[in-house]
Design a protein around this ligand. Structure first.
Ligand code: ADP
Ligand code: MG
Length: 429
């Protein structure tokens, strides 16, 4: 492990980032404070849209913070950060340049003499395992190899802080694993002068395989919800007991929070209300999850479940959240545990399931409000735009998705549905 110093390489102090201007602004990240010290490999973990890329742009100076402090080695960052580089999910290589030229081009911009550029590029190409491909063109390489060129190019400028924005997520599983291993080898073997790595990911396992410390974010608004030291030795193996125990801890933090943040069922006021965002969970996925957990005796490790169902965090969490909101399950210490109602649901026929869901979702403010509005209407038909406008006040740009989601729940439960021809929501008399 690299030695961690006391001094901060990078520090964010209460950073906010707002996009847009005038009336249409969007708070992408709120009050984010974090520190990265030399010697650290930090994982920044959170669902899509929580502001991870936004933070990387702020840290590298590509985009300014709207408020708060951005310090690099204790000094306020002004303009582009010359000490930090980003590797993106898919690296834009120049198709007309060879591997070597693609790496060298980063050095050309820094004014290095040709012989030194070449030497440095060749060494890095070798380091990332592309020896022999110096004069190949990007089209001749696999996705994994192209991403290695991206890494070599980012490392060519010898950044003190290497920022990685989901760099493995576009690769197939094997290539991603291989490239993770190579990155770790470069880092632990100190064959690159990089002082710290900040890895952005929405993959919990990946974060745990690589990072010394995790910073966990959530969205709406994007913010840091927890930090955690990893404390696992390298090399790390997915099946090690200590690894699995730590994975549980992270799942408990990530999934456990959903329960606290959703309004308790039964507080429906007949109005759309704050923090009552409907989880965007497909009902089939929810039913599948309930059946799976039932099959396993009513309690399952979330990370094992994610692996077996081939679900990433982004896909699993809304379903788990949906299950919690409906009172079908609870998250406990990284496990999902069925409630009696959840068990009943898993065992029920389709008709009975619809009834159970109807009873539950009518407690949800948005659903109840739509239901009551339709009930009070003379012919039980109300324009979708009526609902949309009111949801917009609450959910902004998310309103169409919220409405669509409410309709799909309502339709499943046979409470109300949508008429494509008239753009109206309606219920049977
Ligand atoms: P992540 O990388 O965690 O997926 P991002 O930082 O890309 O999240 O985005 C955070 C939020 O900010 C998202 O809701 C996204 O739609 C919004 N956002 C990102 N960039 C812009 C932009 N240039 N203009 C407006 N909204 C943006
Ligand atoms: Mg991103």
């Amino acid at each position: 492990m690299n030695l961690v110093g006391d001094e901060n390489l990078l520090e964010l102090q209460g950073v906010d980032k707002t996009y847009g201007s005038d009336g249409r602004t969007f708070l992408a990240v709120k009050n984010v404070s974090l520190r990265i010290r030399p010697g650290e490999f930090v994982g920044l973990l959170g669902p899509s849209g929580c502001g991870k890329s936004t933070l990387l742009r702020i840290i590298t100076g590509l985009s300014p913070a709207s408020s708060g402090g951005v310090l690099y080695r204790g000094r306020p960052l002004v303009g582009i950060n010359p000490h930090a580089t980003i590797v993106f999910q898919t690296f834009a290589l120049y198709p007309w340049l060879t591997v070597e030229e693609n790496v060298e081009i980063a050095l050309k911009a820094r004014g290095l003499p040709p012989s030194e550029r070449r030497a440095r590029a060749l060494r890095l190409i070798d380091l990332v395992g592309l020896d022999g491909f110096e004069s190949a063109y990007p089209r001749e390489l696999s996705g994994g190899m192209r991403q290695k060129v991206g890494f070599a190019r980012a490392m060519a400028v010898e950044p003190e802080l290497l920022c990685l924005d989901e760099p493995f997520s576009a690769l197939d599983l094997l290539s991603a694993d291989a490239l993770r291993g190579e990155l770790l080898e470069l880092w632990l073997g100190k064959s690159i002068p990089t002082q710290a790595i900040l890895l952005v990911t929405h993959n919990i396992e990946e974060a745990l395989l690589l990072a010394d410390r995790l910073i966990i974010m959530d969205k709406d608004p994007g913010r840091v919800v927890a930090e955690m030291a990893v404390g696992l030795r390298y090399p790390r193996h997915r099946k090690d007991t200590a690894f699995l125990a730590t994975l549980d801890k992270v799942y408990a933090i990530v999934a456990g929070r959903t329960e606290r943040e959703t309004a308790p069922a039964g507080t429906a006021s007949g109005q759309p209300g704050r923090k009552t965002r409907l989880p965007v969970a497909r009902i089939n996925a929810l039913a599948g999850l309930m059946e799976k957990v039932r099959e396993e005796g009513g309690r399952v490790d979330l990370h094992r479940l994610a692996g077996e169902l081939h679900l990433e965090l982004d896909d699993l969490l809304p379903v788990v959240e949906g299950a919690e909101l409906l009172g079908f399950a609870q998250v406990d210490a990284g496990d999902i545990v069925l409630t009696a109602l959840g068990q009943a649901f898993a065992d029920a026929s389709i008709t009975a399931r619809k009834e159970i869901i109807a009873g539950r979702i009518l407690r949800h403010p948005t659903i109840r409000w739509i239901y009551e509005t339709l009930q009070q209407d003379d012919d039980r038909h109300v324009a979708a735009s009526f609902f949309l406008e009111r949801l917009q006040a609450e959910f902004g740009d998310d309103a169409p998705q919220q409405l669509e989601n409410a309709i799909s729940w309502g339709r499943y439960a046979e409470l109300f549905t949508f008429d494509d021809d008239t753009d109206e929501l309606f219920m049977e008399a």
